[in-house]
Design a protein. Structure first.
Length: 758
């Protein structure tokens, strides 16, 4: 061999050696990527947000129509036979249902076959269909109302190896990789066989890549078509096959593969695709339905059964034909399956949340305890206080009133609404605007507007703490005070009149500005703001006089917290949207129990609540009587800001607290008072709900007296011109007087307070 030949040979060997070393090191590098990612957390699983579980019992205020709507929200399928989990049928006032097995925070709940009978918008009876046994309480699995997605907006439900149906494996292997259990990640024979099969069929019926290669491409690599990517794909496929079993790889593929798009949410894996397209678990699908999903692997958009029914049907039948040819189904089964309908369910999108305003509240509460990554990649289950029935009623009440007002005034009105439970501070519903859409501005949480007269209860509560009573006389006359930066502040009443000397309880009931502002100046604006903070509102507002008439800007959610504390007789409980959090294995991570803190004197709060009931019975809120009977003795307060820019109403009964805001996003005058706008929304809402007749626990120190506030006299009984009012014992008017006019008594009509507390 010549010297040149030896040099060339040496160069080739050296280059080959360098190449082998490089390839070895590169393989080690790829190996580390494969092992690190595949053995760690394989997927980012979004947190799933659930509504409250629906507890059914005889006597529950719920119609068959309302239950059907909630069942549909929960993904239940309407089926005449109602024989499989997650299905129901309805015949007039009767609903048959097969509930789903579900892991609740406090334990497992098995599936049950039930018959529910309704009458007069109430649940009359619950019967176990198999045994005929009557049941007193049943709990249904909660509706999934939204997800908190990772940045890529991928979503999936995971299947274990044991949960993968055999017919799904059969379909995948038949169409995508018939030699899966015999190759080592790359299958040259399979590639050649696929080319021949596709040529014979005149269409692409088989893929050339193995399932392992497809998994590597989707899971580890980008979709760019380059030589280096194909090399990486081959090497990583071999490595994956070396380290992991065939069943592990197949299960990973079944969980990873992309099968559709729901808005911004990417549908990954057969489990989620089954729920998305058929509203049922994958183990309940027929062979034909499995074939349809398998066919989507080739092109989820092209074969989308909702957008391209004919293409999807043809592709499904092709998959069934391949399954028949390979012996997975018989010829008779094939003939039967190709004649079946696609069976696609009505679309119910969960691309983010059906109720985005409430989801914002959930996120705000979660961010105090969890890192953002925990919410988007660990598959947390968030159980909330959300009540779909209350939400739908709130959305309708707000939209109906705004649409009615917009027709009359041609103004772009907007609104917000928050509903909570009085005894637990659970937030049941949040409406962020008249159109509850994903991405819309959440006015319930993010709009800060002057609250007008809604500040007044804090003023009067402070006054009670300082010794004022409901019969204390206030001067409702004009005055001038220095406001911020030395400016003069001269308030006036809404009716532009002065009312002279008025009893304190009348001043609040009628929402007089002059007497209220004088009272606030006397007790101290700083003390009023301190009371606002005690009621649960964080504010750094400065103690300017204008605060006394509502210049304080708060969100509807903050106002709701303030009135929640008042409604619960001075007990502060933080508004909460979450009950508990579980991990992906159903292990409890966090509980959110009720927290109660006595913030305000029970005596003062009792006096205030009695006064706020007068707002409804004879004051600015008396218009509620058009919606709710007066014997409910509701409490509340209207609020109106300068130039009629903002319309507010906050109120409560025994069960519920709700706050409504109406106005314009551009802050121009809405032309509405609290009574003519927000109160009507509130009334429309509560007319649909079980708000409950308001009852207060009367403190021992409170006693009711007949008094004449104008003359500051306490009577021994009922007298003409007397008012029946509660007092902390010893604070009633010192001057006493008997009353013996029986004829006067016959003419006297009991007021609502006397009827309630006599």
């Amino acid at each position: 061999m010549t010297h040149l030949g030896k040099l060339i040979k040496k160069t080739i060997l050296y280059t080959l050696f360098i190449g082998i070393v490089f390839l070895s090191l590169y393989t080690v590098y790829l190996n580390s990527i494969v092992k690190d990612k595949f053995e760690g957390r394989k997927w980012d699983i979004p947190a799933r947000v659930y509504a409250r579980s629906l507890e059914l019992y005889p006597g529950l205020s719920l119609s068959a129509k309302q239950l059907e709507k909630e069942l549909r929200l929960s993904g239940y399928r309407k089926d005449k036979k109602s024989s499989t989990e997650g299905s129901f049928s309805r015949s007039g006032p009767r609903i048959n249902i097969v509930s789903r097995h579900f892991s609740f925070p406090d334990g497992e709940e098995a599936s049950q076959k039930l018959r529910l009978q309704f009458s007069n918008n109430k649940l009359k009876s619950i019967t176990e269909r198999k045994t005929g046994r009557r049941l007193s309480l049943v709990r249904l699995d909660p509706a999934l109302i939204g997800s908190i997605h990772p940045k890529l907006h991928e979503d999936r439900l995971l299947l274990t190896q044991a949960e993968v149906p055999k017919k799904l494996k059969d379909a995948l292997l038949a169409v995508e990789d018939r030699n899966f259990y015999n190759h080592y990640g790359v299958d040259p024979k399979g590639i050649a066989r696929a080319v021949i099969a596709n040529i014979k069929a005149g269409a692409t019926v088989q893929g050339g890549s193995t399932l392992t290669q497809q998994l590597v491409k989707n899971y580890f690599l980008s979709r760019e078509r380059t030589l280096i990517r194909k090399v990486n794909e081959a090497i990583m496929s071999l490595l994956l096959e070396y380290h992991y079993s065939k069943d592990e790889i197949l299960t990973a593929y079944i969980n990873e593969v992309y099968l559709g798009q729901d808005g911004r949410r990417a549908i990954h894996g057969f489990a989620l695709a089954s729920e998305y397209y058929f509203k049922r678990p994958v183990n309940q699908l027929s062979t034909a339905q499995i074939a349809l999903l398998t066919g989507l692997v080739k092109g989820p958009s092209w074969y989308n059964p909702r957008a391209h029914k004919d293409r999807a049907l043809k592709r499904r039948n092709t998959v069934l034909q391949v399954m028949m040819e390979q012996g997975f189904i018989t010829k008779n089964q094939y003939q039967k399956y190709i004649k079946s309908a696609l069976g696609i369910s009505h679309r119910l999108s969960h691309s983010s949340s059906l109720f985005p305003a409430f989801l914002d509240s959930v996120k705000n509460q979660l961010q105090k305890d969890y890192n953002p990554d925990d919410l988007t990649d660990k598959g947390l289950k968030i159980f909330t206080t959300f009540d779909p029935q209350v939400q739908w009623a709130a959305e309708k009440a707000l939209a109906d009133q705004i649409n009615s007002l917009n027709k009359k005034q041609a103004k772009p009105l907007q609104g917000a609404l928050v509903v909570s439970r009085r005894d637990s501070a659970e937030v049941l519903a949040i409406v962020g605007g008249k159109d509850s859409q994903e991405g819309s501005f959440n006015r319930a949480i993010n709009t800060y507007r002057p609250i007008g007269s809604l500040i007044k209860p804090a003023i009067y509560l402070t006054a009670f703490d300082q010794g004022y009573t409901l019969s204390s006389l206030l001067k409702d006359t004009s005055f001038t005070a220095k406001s911020s930066k030395g400016k003069k502040w001269k308030p006036q009443n809404f009716d532009k009149k002065e009312h002279g000397s008025v009893p304190l309880h009348v001043s609040l009931a009628k929402s007089y500005n002059l007497s209220t502002a004088r009272l606030g100046m006397n007790i101290g604006v700083d003390k009023v703001l301190n009371t606002v903070r005690k009621l649960g509102v964080e504010t750094d507002a400065l103690p300017y006089p204008a605060v006394l008439l509502g210049s304080l800007t708060l969100s509807p959610m903050q106002v709701s917290q303030m009135y929640q504390t008042i409604a619960d007789q001075g007990f502060y409980s933080p508004l909460r949207s979450i009950i508990s959090v579980q991990d992906e294995n159903n292990k409890a991570l966090q509980q959110y129990p009720i927290r109660v803190d006595r913030r305000v004197s029970e005596n003062s709060t009792y006096l205030l609540n009695a006064n706020l009931q007068e707002v409804i019975s004879m004051g600015t809120g008396r218009g509620l009587s058009r919606y709710i009977p007066s014997n409910y003795h509701l409490a509340g307060k209207t609020g109106t800001t300068n130039e009629l820019r903002d319309s507010w109403f906050a109120g409560y009964g025994n069960n519920l607290v709700a706050v409504v805001w109406l106005g314009r996003d551009d802050n121009k005058p809405a032309g509405l008072t609290g009574s003519s706008g927000a109160l009507k929304v509130w009334g429309r809402l509560m007319k649909q709900l079980d708000i409950g007749r308001l009852e207060q626990n009367q403190p021992r120190a409170i006693k009711w007296y007949w008094v004449d506030s104008k003359k500051q006299i306490t009577f021994s009984g009922r007298c003409k011109n007397a008012e029946y009012l509660p007092f902390v014992k010893g604070t009633e008017p010192a001057k006493k007087q008997s009353c013996h006019a029986k004829k006067v008594q016959k003419k006297y009509n009991k007021n609502w307070l006397e009827r309630l507390f006599q």
